[in-house]
Design a protein around this ligand. Structure first.
Ligand code: HEC
Length: 159
């Protein structure tokens, strides 16, 4: 490697290490690792979303976690994906979220808890999702279009 390229690479690595050190430690580290491995490519490493590609996960999922139907919605979204036009914080996404049913119940609960608590800052009184919440939805297979229909009953009413 040429010396200049090596120096640039070292600076880049140092910068990303410094950034990671600035962030508070995740309350759900296993969920954080699963998020970076499976979700960050579309939703961004901090869940901020990517315009027209994938919505931010920093506000709505924490709200869903407050109600029984919203918690079902979170489990269904990661198990079965989500397909069709949705609005998040006033912006539309007409895309397809893939399903992650290949991950086990505990891994899906952990990744959702990372989204709800670490990215969405849900209040401490909110009950974390458990593997049993995922298992309950896994027992009733759906498709991504049905998950979108169910979302209408739990999402904030957006323009
Ligand atoms: C290939 C890109 C992609 C990947 C990877 C991905 N998503 Fe998504 N996600 C989307 C898209 C696109 C939507 C919106 C779907 C639509 O427009 O109907 C979405 C929607 C969601 C929603 C619903 C948000 C709402 O307001 O209802 C949640 C929750 C979510 N994703 C979580 C995750 C998690 C957790 C992972 C990792 C396990 C993940 N996503 C991986 C693309 C992706």
């Amino acid at each position: 490697m040429r010396p200049r390229a090596g120096a640039a690479l070292a600076a880049l690595i140092l910068a990303s290490v410094a950034q990671a050190a600035d962030a508070p430690p995740a309350a759900y580290p296993a969920g954080a690792a699963a998020f970076q491995a499976n979700c960050a490519v579309c939703h961004g490493p901090a869940g901020g979303g990517v315009p027209s590609l994938a919505p931010p996960l920093t506000s709505y999922p924490a709200r869903y976690a407050l109600s029984a139907e919203g918690r079902r919605q979170l489990a269904m979204t990661v198990l079965y994906g989500l397909f069709g036009d949705i609005a998040v914080e006033g912006k539309h996404y007409a895309s397809r979220m893939p399903d992650f049913g290949q991950l086990d119940d505990a891994a899906l609960a952990a990744v959702l808890n990372f989204v709800v608590f670490d990215l969405g800052h849900a209040p401490a009184g909110v009950t974390p999702l458990a593997a049993a919440n995922i298992a309950a939805e896994r027992a009733h297979p759906e498709d991504g279009a049905t998950v979108r229909e169910h979302r209408k009953s739990v999402a904030p009413s957006d323009p």
